[in-house]
Design a protein around this ligand. Structure first.
Ligand code: NAP
Ligand code: MG
Length: 513
């Protein structure tokens, strides 16, 4: 593969990267591989891409272009899908699941060796604070190990007698085939690995397309896959725009699609897969609520607030960015949320003390600022933030929006209804628990949610009434062994857990006397 030092000039026609200022010196001291690359991973090798088009990679903390990757073509896709097909028709699908689990365990070890490289590349691509991205390798390794542990489930013999006697059926769980895996930019490692690991355990082969803003970090996972000795063709990686993603979804050689991203793109993919009768898993957007019950411990809530409601500078699909507070404690909740968010340091995402980084892209930056302006125009009150952040130290051209808390938000406001995907929290008032549940459920989405309360039974009862795929009580975290998925406009199907593995299987019943 091609690697050049970080100080290499940007793509032809662009000024060489000029790193200056204290924060930037820290950056220049880092040696990050893969800056400008011209290859894609096909059939077990880094191979020069077919076309000459390139896409830039921009550091959202500085606005500087720091790398570029091939803009993949139909020729690359054909080669990748053909390699995946050959590998699927070869030995991979026929290996015992426990043998494939062995590969997953080796991949996990290889990923952990690359933790620092992975974290820094991820942070420079999308501005996730290193406090966040430094967990990416361990999290990915945990996902590979969890799915490796499901080999027993795949190997267990499943023979079911006819209920009225006279025979039995042997139920086979075959791999579904060649899978197209498409991920967004907010968690470029996790959201691809959560597809790759179950696909590999099931015996599928894959062609992956990361999001345009984050095409580099996943190469490090692919290196780990190669170092683990995974046979050629099982794992293929192309880079390119949404157009390439669309071509991959529709490619005649693809048997299944797994996508995480926005609801509008998810709908297009669902339509294409509907026409093709191609199985598809969609993890889409959200607008989740945190119900603060009257007995909630606000100090304890403050401890988990950033993680649960503004993780990754608000660029997390399941976070609860609408906080529903009881009328009697509304001001108290607004004060706690404001103080907690205002205390989080915003700055260089490469600084381990940073809590809030930039928006990941220039377009996301503009979108978030438009939402902030719409909130102000519709009469919401910003208790902290409410504008673009002006930072120095080399970050003057970064895409920073001040972490913002809006009080006096009503359910009809756009900031209350639409996914913002940035550092903006709304606090709404409710009159009673029924009202809180109705407010939480009054959305087209159904992805996450939270209930804060001291009485665990009362909190569980509210969680049970929330029309959403996951709910946390007094904290939120995803559990590798529990299904995660969205209802309504938040998606179709499930990832994580045995349910997530099942999405990569095709059942066959063999009946016999
Ligand atoms: P996006 O615009 O939908 O893009 C997601 C991926 O799809 C990218 O790789 C994109 O490529 C590709 N793509 C774009 N158009 C396509 C098409 N017509 N056919 C096939 N692929 C296409 O989403 P995003 O802006 O990257 O990510 C933010 C969204 O992801 C948010 O809405 C967020 O809620 C959602 N999300 C959901 C979950 C979940 O698990 N439910 C998790 C995280 C994020 P390009 O980048 O080249 O356009
Ligand atoms: Mg997009």
């Amino acid at each position: 593969m091609t690697t050049t030092p970080q100080t290499a000039p940007a793509t032809p026609g662009q000024a060489p990267s000029s790193f200056s200022g204290p924060a930037i010196d820290a950056r220049a001291a880092l040696s990050l591989p893969y800056t400008h690359v011209d290859d894609v991973f096909i059939d077990g090798a880094w191979t020069t891409a077919a076309g000459t088009g390139r896409n830039d990679v921009t550091d959202p903390a500085t606005g500087q272009v720091w790398g570029s990757v091939p803009d993949g073509t139909a020729e690359d896709l054909d080669a990748a899908v053909a390699a995946a097909r050959r590998a699927f028709d070869g030995d991979w699908a026929r290996l015992a699941p426990s043998e494939r689990a062995g590969y997953l365990l080796r991949i996990a070890d290889e990923v952990e060796k690359r933790a620092t490289e992975l974290s820094l590349t991820n942070t420079r691509e999308n501005g996730s604070p290193v406090s966040e991205s430094s967990g990416a390798a361990a999290n990915a390794a945990g996902i590979f190990r969890y799915f490796a542990s499901l080999a027993d489930y795949l190997e267990r013999e499943d023979v079911r007698p006819f209920p009225r006697g006279g025979g039995e059926s042997v139920v086979r769980r075959d791999p579904v085939g060649v899978c197209a895996l498409i991920a967004p930019w907010n968690f470029p490692i996790n959201l691809m690995v959560i597809k790759l690991a179950p696909a590999l355990l099931a015996g599928c082969t894959v062609v992956m397309k990361p999001a345009s803003p984050t095409p580099l970090s996943f190469r490090i996972i692919v290196d780990a896959v190669a170092a683990a000795g995974v046979p050629a063709g099982v794992v293929n990686l192309v880079t390119g725009s949404g157009r390439l993603g669309d071509a991959l979804v529709r490619h005649p050689g693809v048997d299944k699609v797994a996508f995480t991203g926005s609801t509008p793109v998810g709908r297009k993919i669902a339509a294409a897969c509907g026409e093709l009768l191609r199985p598809v898993t969609l993890e889409l957007g959200g607008k989740s609520s945190a119900v603060v019950l009257p007995d909630a411990d606000l100090d304890a809530m403050s401890q988990v607030l950033v993680r649960s409601c503004m993780r990754n500078t608000g660029q997390t699909c399941y976070i609860s960015t609408r906080i529903l507070a009881p009328a009697g404690r509304y001001d108290e909740v607004v004060d706690m949320v404001t103080a907690t968010i205002a205390a989080g340091r915003q700055g260089d995402p490469l600084d381990p003390a940073t809590v809030f980084g930039p928006a990941a892209t220039a377009s996301q930056y503009r979108t978030v600022l438009e939402y902030v302006e719409s909130g102000l125009a519709e009469g919401a009150r910003a208790t902290t933030g409410g504008r673009a952040a002006r930072l120095g130290g080399g970050l003057e051209h970064g895409y920073f929006v001040e972490p913002t808390v809006f009080a006096d938000v009503t359910p009809d406001m756009r900031i209350s209804r639409e996914e913002i995907f940035g550092p903006v929290i709304s606090v709404l008032k409710y009159s009673g628990v029924d009202d809180a549940v109705a407010l939480a459920n009054n959305t087209e989405f159904g992805l996450g949610g939270l209930v804060f309360g001291k009485d665990e039974d009362a909190a569980l009862a509210v969680a049970d009434r929330m029309d959403t795929g996951s709910v946390g009580i007094n904290f939120f975290a995803s559990n590798h062994s529990a299904p995660f998925g969205g209802r309504h406009d938040s998606g179709l199907g499930t990832e994580y857990g045995i349910e997530g593995l099942n999405a990569y299987l095709s059942y066959k019943s063999i009946h016999r006397r």
